[in-house]
Design a protein around this ligand. Structure first.
Ligand SMILES: C[S@@+](CC[C@H](N)C(=O)[O-])C[C@H]1O[C@@H](n2cnc3c(N)ncnc32)[C@H](O)[C@@H]1O
Length: 340
């Protein structure tokens, strides 16, 4: 897809585009500007990796003005076929939110050429890797949008999306970070406005706590659960795996999944939270059993600390303030019926 470079300097989410090419918004300090805030680049870079060069080289796959496509993504991104009649629009439009380096987006684009896949991530290095995949593999139906997931509403029109993939989203386990989770009810309400009536949202994660939290949030935000699984690899073995799914499965992770569809009831402006916002409270009671098998990515330090606290409390024969057993929510939260 061709990207038009404007004739001036624009600060567009993460990337600064000037007539001469793409530049850092804050050179030398390893930070980018996202929606008015500075964002540290967290990905470790290979020795000869020059970010702005990469972004420029693969700019054809990066869309820095997504708002100009709102409501017409399928037509605007479809290649023109000279002298041919027939459809000039993709049949479907899916987002891969928090797409990372774009391996999953690229594999899905290859598998289904009639659908447009838009990878969204706020990490510029990931965007560079993802764009490289789209260009090198000639995937015209793959576009990358460097943007934070909480700024989608001007990039897509209401009801424009057929689905959203949330593969292994960053868990942000602490209470004060809960609003950053891609499955927080505030985010889910925003997605609901953009999703078509029969659209799908598909979450996969190695984190039982994040999965449990997300089921609650989906309920709060007005989604119907079509499928939920505590072993998605076993139940849907043909699904394309993301990079994190491959990596964490190789380390022994079970994949938790949920597929949901938005209800057609009016969408409230906001919803009140009713459960805990800390993922610690969604850990299973038996942390030793969890530690012996697999601890979710992003919670290894927390689980080690909790186990140490309990051990210390047991050694001194005193109850510790944080040594309370975590509730096993499998037993005290009503789960929607399996199936679908
Ligand atoms: C654990 S990685 C998963 C990458 C990929 N989906 C996979 O499964 O291999 C999470 C990704 O989400 C991105 N991310 C986290 N919060 C985000 C947000 N609010 N907006 C956009 N991207 C976000 C991170 O930059 C990171 O690339």
């Amino acid at each position: 897809m061709a990207v038009s470079l404007p004739g001036g300097t624009y600060f567009l989410d993460t990337i600064c585009i000037a007539p001469g090419g793409i530049r850092y918004s804050a050179p030398k300090c390893n930070k980018w500007k996202i929606g008015g805030h500075m964002h540290a680049i967290r990905t470790r870079l290979p020795k000869h990796f020059v970010l702005e060069e990469r972004l420029e080289r693969y700019a054809d796959a990066i869309e820095v003005r997504p708002q100009s496509y709102a409501g017409r993504w399928r037509e605007a991104c479809h290649p023109l076929r000279e002298g041919q009649d027939g459809p000039h629009a993709y049949q479907g439009l899916w987002l891969d939110l928090g797409c990372g380096k774009g391996g999953f987006t690229a594999d899905m684009a290859k598998r289904d050429p009639t659908t447009l896949f838009v990878g969204v991530d706020f990490e510029p290095v990931c965007m560079a890797y993802a764009a490289e995949k789209a260009v090198r593999r000639h995937l015209h139906n793959m576009v990358l949008v460097p943007r934070s997931a909480d700024r989608l509403s001007d990039a897509f029109a209401p009801g424009e999306l057929d689905g959203i993939y949330l593969n292994f989203p960053t868990p942000f386990p602490r209470r004060k970070e809960a609003h950053l989770r891609l499955t927080h009810a505030d985010r889910l309400l925003e997605y609901r406005r953009l999703l078509a009536p029969d659209a799908r949202l598909l979450l996969k994660t190695d984190s039982y706590p994040l999965w449990r939290f997300s089921l609650d949030q989906l309920d709060l935000a007005g989604y119907d659960v079509l499928w939920q699984s505590e072993d998605a690899r076993a139940e849907r073995s043909d699904d394309v795996m993301s990079w994190y799914e491959r990596r964490l499965s190789a380390q022994g992770a079970t994949v938790y999944a949920v597929e949901a569809t938005p209800q057609t009831t009016p969408i409230p402006a906001c919803v009140g939270q009713r459960g805990s916002m800390s993922l610690v409270d969604y850990l299973p009671a038996d942390l030793d059993a969890m530690a012996a098998t697999y601890v979710p990515h992003g919670m290894r330090g927390t689980v080690t600390n909790l186990r140490n606290q309990r051990l210390r409390a047991a050694t001194h024969g005193q109850p510790h303030a944080d040594a309370r057993p975590a509730r096993d929510l499998r037993h005290d939260i009503h789960l929607p019926p399996q199936g679908g």
